[in-house]
Design a protein. Structure first.
Length: 376
């Protein structure tokens, strides 16, 4: 539902009832991920998309039905029809499980509170019950803000705490995902399946070295939704004018800045300085931090010398295994812009535990679900 958060927030503020159709599961290849929603209000106005067009008409009709019936939520599965490619279906060959429910904003004030946080760009996680007892299907509980305050309630008991814990975990990871709780007769006998919609703060891209490659990489990173920091110890080069796509430009020794800034498992560190007096202290520190990606620019010869110096500085082989050097995928890149695409592509592939190989050389679904242990 985060794809239409602005409109949903407006409708909640207007106390306007609407039907919400949400993709709760995907089987095979599908154009949009779980959590994507369509909403239809009582006047027939629709917003959002869950399939890129191929099942929107059927979902719209189901929303109108649920909204008019004022009844219980409904589940539907949409998939490709081998017999009639023009029938309701996904021509990409996948299947979508969709939950359609009626929302009456005055009865769910915590939903408006969560949407307000999301619209303001603040972190929030909304746990939606998508499978379980009929009286809980569609109910939500939210964890909002940096202080992770809980809004809403499912049963007023142990289930609330368990759902909040799952929401906080996915909020820390920064990704929307499924979770299951309950099924324990001594604690929570009802088994609940949740879809946790996560709006996290932007992941960070730390670019060290105020060079032309850094300017191009800043632009690529901003396009991908990263919060960009460019850091260099040389004030004549590290200026906001040279890096208009960066959120901040810092003049400091790279390792000293990395020591004092905040990083997490979604942070990407790109070292573009080509200078051992900057690179070695910086990489020694970075390889000991829980960041998601670490890459360093340089030739094969520079890479070999860098490894020698890092080993001499006490960096273990296990830590060195985290280093992507020379940085980027083999795209034949020459210009700063091409190199930025090469680096950005490697970050995407690494984040998604993907191969980085051409899809034409692979088999199986194009869109895989998040994999076990996937960094984000």
């Amino acid at each position: 539902m985060l794809n239409i958060a602005d409109t949903l927030h407006l409708w909640c503020c207007q106390a306007r009832p609407f039907a919400l159709a949400t993709v709760v599961d995907v089987h095979g290849s599908a154009p949009l991920p779980p959590g994507t929603s369509v909403a239809v209000d009582e006047d027939g106005n629709a917003v959002g998309s869950i399939s890129g067009g191929c099942v929107e008409g059927a979902v719209y009709d189901l929303c109108r039905q649920v909204l008019g019936d004022r009844g219980t939520p409904q589940r539907a599965r949409f998939g490709y029809s081998d017999n009639d490619a023009f029938a309701v279906g996904l021509t990409c060959g996948g299947e979508l499980d969709v939950l359609v429910q009626r929302i009456d904003p005055p009865a769910q004030p915590h939903l408006a509170a969560a949407l307000a946080e999301i619209v303001q760009g603040r972190p929030a996680a909304m746990a939606q019950v998508v499978d379980g007892p009929d009286d809980l299907i569609g109910h939500t509980l939210s964890v909002l803000g940096e202080n992770q305050i809980t809004y809403g309630s499912l049963d007023g008991g142990p289930a609330d705490q368990a759902v909040a814990d799952q929401a906080r975990a996915l909020l820390r990871a920064g990704r929307t995902g499924r979770a299951t709780i309950g099924g324990d007769a001594d604690w929570c006998p009802e088994r609940l399946s949740l879809l946790v919609h996560v709006h996290a703060s932007r992941p960070r891209l730390l670019v060290f070295g105020a060079v032309d490659f850094a300017a191009a990489l800043s632009q690529a990173g901003a396009f991908l939704g990263y919060r960009i920091t460019v850091c260099d110890a040389r004030p004549v080069f590290a200026t906001a004018t040279r890096f208009p796509h960066a959120d901040e430009v810092v003049v400091d020794w790279p390792h000293r800045y990395l020591q004092r800034t905040t990083v997490d498992a979604r942070t990407a560190v790109c070292v573009l300085t080509h200078d051992a007096k900057f690179d070695i202290p910086l990489l020694r520190l970075a390889l000991d931090l829980p960041v998601g990606y670490i890459g360093a620019m340089g030739s094969r010869r520079t890479h070999d010398e860098r490894l020698r110096l890092l080993r001499g500085a006490g960096v273990s082989e296990e830590q060195l295994g985290r280093l992507r050097s020379p940085i980027g995928l083999d795209l034949g890149a020459r210009t700063p812009q091409e190199t930025a695409v090469s680096i950005a592509a490697e970050i995407i592939a690494h984040t998604n535990l993907a191969t980085g190989r051409p899809l034409s050389q692979l088999t199986g679904p194009i869109h895989w679900p998040p994999r076990q242990g996937q960094p984000v």
